[in-house]
Design a protein around this ligand. Structure first.
Ligand SMILES: Cc1cc2nc3c(=O)[nH]c(=O)nc-3n(C[C@H](O)[C@H](O)[C@H](O)COP(=O)(O)OP(=O)(O)OC[C@H]3O[C@@H](n4cnc5c(N)ncnc54)[C@H](O)[C@@H]3O)c2cc1C
Length: 614
């Protein structure tokens, strides 16, 4: 076929390879150049870093800023905050490391021209909440990308990375990555001394509330396809807290954010009958989680829990009371601007449904679960901590290096550190890059060796779906139904259905049990077998195929972790019906998994949680 004969193989040499040019990837690229003046720094991105990742559309607030110059908060305060919200389980060393550096990142954004809202009298950044500062952030991503572009030796846009490569000479050391250009179909082989994975979180592993043509409208970016997890998992890196999926309370149908409404506009929620409902569920929640319900602020999952129970009791919908706040013209403007700089779709949904929040209190809903390591949950890779701060059990090499040599990560990729958000993810990219430069320098003249056999075999595997389509396409039964292949969208819908019904999605009220999880794993196994028979009619569908492959592997990891943790740690995010209560005596720990790509087996273990800060 013409396409195959035209396909080129492009070899790229690098010292540091950054995979994914979102917030963390731009931070890693920028900082790699700062510490590694003479190094070859390459950033590879499946979209275009100008507008890629979760911040593509812009943001209205930077959610992680200490304000140490004005003594507003100290890093220790942020660790306490994140620990409380995650019901006790965070990597305090990693969180502290981000918090102590995050202000300098935000000051760079300010210097680079990001429009920050400032108090005209004090000159301080305007606060939306204790940790959030307000920005006019439509152009947030292009500004951040510009600095990365200038720092990189080369940015390769439109290349989807599918696999990491391992060193032929040294087991458990990364040597590079492979992928393909989603526009030309060229095959790319990257060799690198150090690799920093910054490939974002995972949406569309659970069935979304949006259906049909609206399916692409999810809260987390629909292009966040779990590569951040699948790439390290396949390379044998240990993962942590993958059961800690996030469910968000958001405005209905548009998934519009509620943070600015609660924090800045001081709106509040009520049930269908205009009543406050959270206190109704206090005793019930206390029986499940004990004193955690008395903590302030109330952990996010527990507020979700009250919402879900109230709806189950038949007193939904839950509404946000906007009518009072919107009488103030300033607050009304802020309310709308909050969407225009970040989630235009919510404003369009309200317009199309005749909802003017000045006159109608809009409905809220809870989202389908997502997997991510930078927002209010902490799924991701198990990483080594900072030399000056991490307990010895959390240190086996360089800061933010995973359990694979030379493999680093940041942002959604790294587990155990919730609440880093955009600024914290960028900061973690910088931290990982500094350590990666040290790693490369310490290697001296040694270079990882690629296995020709490995990358040639992978080329065949990666492009096989196009071959499947070419051979099978004339035997279509009807429409898109073929006896010889399934399409990526079919595989995706099957995955979402399995995760929804067996692993605790919206269809099962976020509830699962050990039997369901076991069956879910069997069905995921069958789906994995069928993925060998995906047909991709073009490069776009080939990208969809590999995104699906990554989502399926990450989903399997989520399911294994959920089965392993025998408690319900975060009611409101998910419920284990066999173990309905929080169990601090046995499960005040991290869960770790490791995948063996040869056998397909998962090994699970516990790791201790150290409370470094009082
Ligand atoms: C709806 C929403 C609202 C948010 N609101 C706020 C807010 O108000 N304030 C705030 O501070 N933070 C907010 N956040 C959080 C913030 O956006 C994230 O914390 C941050 O973007 C995470 O950075 P990251 O680099 O890990 O992922 P991303 O920024 O998503 O970057 C991942 C990058 O990897 C690329 N990629 C993925 N797979 C591959 C692959 N296989 N090959 C090559 N490239 C790949 C992607 O295209 C993307 O560019 C919000 C997030 C969302 C989704």
């Amino acid at each position: 076929m013409g396409l195959f004969s035209r396909r080129k193989t492009v070899f790229v040499e690098s010292d540091i390879l950054v995979i994914g040019g979102g917030m963390a990837g731009c931070g890693a690229t920028y900082e790699s150049r700062y510490w590694g003046r003479d190094l070859k720094v390459v950033c590879v991105e499946k979209a275009n870093i100008e507008r890629s990742g979760a911040v593509a559309q812009g943001l209205y607030a930077i959610n992680c800023y200490m304000g140490m110059q004005w003594d507003e908060n100290q890093p220790e305060d942020h660790v306490r905050y994140a620990r409380n919200d995650l019901m006790g389980l965070v990597r305090e060393d990693l969180g502290y490391d981000i918090a102590r550096h995050v202000d300098s990142t935000v000051h760079k954004f300010d210097e680079w021209g990001l429009p920050m809202m400032k108090d005209p009298e004090t000159g301080r950044y305007m606060r939306e909440g204790k940790w959030q500062i307000m920005i006019h952030g439509e152009s947030y991503k292009p500004i951040v990308a510009e600095a990365a572009r200038k720092a990189a030796t080369e940015v390769y846009n439109r290349i989807m990375v599918t696999h990491l490569l391992m060193d032929k000479a040294k087991a458990n050391r990364v040597a590079g990555a492979v992928g393909f250009n989603v526009r030309t179909g060229d095959y790319y082989v990257f060799r690198a001394k150090a690799v920093i994975v910054c490939a974002g979180g995972a949406s569309h592993i659970f069935k979304p509330r949006s259906v049909g043509e609206g399916m692409g409208r999810t809260w987390y970016a629909p292009w966040s396809s779990a590569s951040a997890y699948a790439l390290p998992i396949l390379a044998g890196a240990k993962m942590t807290q993958m059961e800690n999926r996030i469910v968000l309370t958001r405005f209905k149908d548009g998934y519009g954010p509620v943070g600015a409404y609660f924090l800045h506009l001081k709106t509040y929620t009520e049930n269908a009958y205009g009543k406050e409902y959270e206190s109704t569920w206090y005793e019930h929640t206390k029986q499940l989680v004990g004193d955690y319900i008395d903590h302030r602020p109330v952990p996010t999952c527990l507020r979700n829990h009250a919402f879900l129970e109230e709806v189950k009791a038949g007193r939904g919908p839950i509404r946000m009371v906007t009518k009072e706040a919107f009488q103030d013209p300033h607050k009304e403007t802020v309310g709308w601007e909050n969407f225009l700089g970040m989630t235009v779709g919510q404003a369009v949904v309200w317009a199309s449904q005749n909802i003017d929040p000045k006159h109608t209190n809009p409905e809220l809903t809870t989202s389908e679960p997502y997997v991510m390591g930078s927002h209010a949950t902490c799924s991701g890779a198990w990483a080594s901590g900072p030399e000056d701060y991490a307990p010895s059990e959390y240190q086996w090499g360089y800061n933010r290096m995973m359990t694979v040599d030379g493999l680093f990560g940041a942002g959604d990729t790294i587990g155990g550190t919730a609440h880093k958000f955009s600024s914290g993810s960028y900061t973690e990219g910088r931290i990982a890059a500094k350590a990666a430069v040290n790693y490369v320098n310490d290697m001296g003249n040694e270079r990882p060796q690629l296995s020709e056999d490995e990358y040639e075999k992978l080329e065949k595997v990666i492009f096989q779906p196009m071959e499947n389509y070419r051979i099978g396409r004339n035997e279509i039964v009807a429409g898109t139904v073929s006896p010889h292949y399934l399409l990526p969208i079919h595989g995706l819908q099957r995955l979402e259905k399995i995760m929804d019904e067996y692993v605790g999605g919206i269809g099962s009220h976020y509830t699962t049990n050990d039997i369901l999880l076991g069956r879910g794993l069997e069905l995921l196994g069958m789906l994995k077998q069928d993925l060998d028979h995906i047909g991709a009619e073009d490069l776009h569908q080939l990208q969809r195929t590999w995104e699906l492959q990554h989502r399926v592997l990450a989903s399997e990891c989520v399911t294994q972790h959920t089965l392993f943790r025998e408690e319900t740690r975060w009611p409101g995010y998910y419920y284990s019906a066999d173990h309905p209560k929080l169990d601090d005596s046995d499960w005040h720990c991290f869960t770790l998994s490791q995948y063996d790509r040869n056998s397909g087996e998962w090994a699970m273990e516990k790791a201790p949680v150290f409370h470094i800060i009082d």
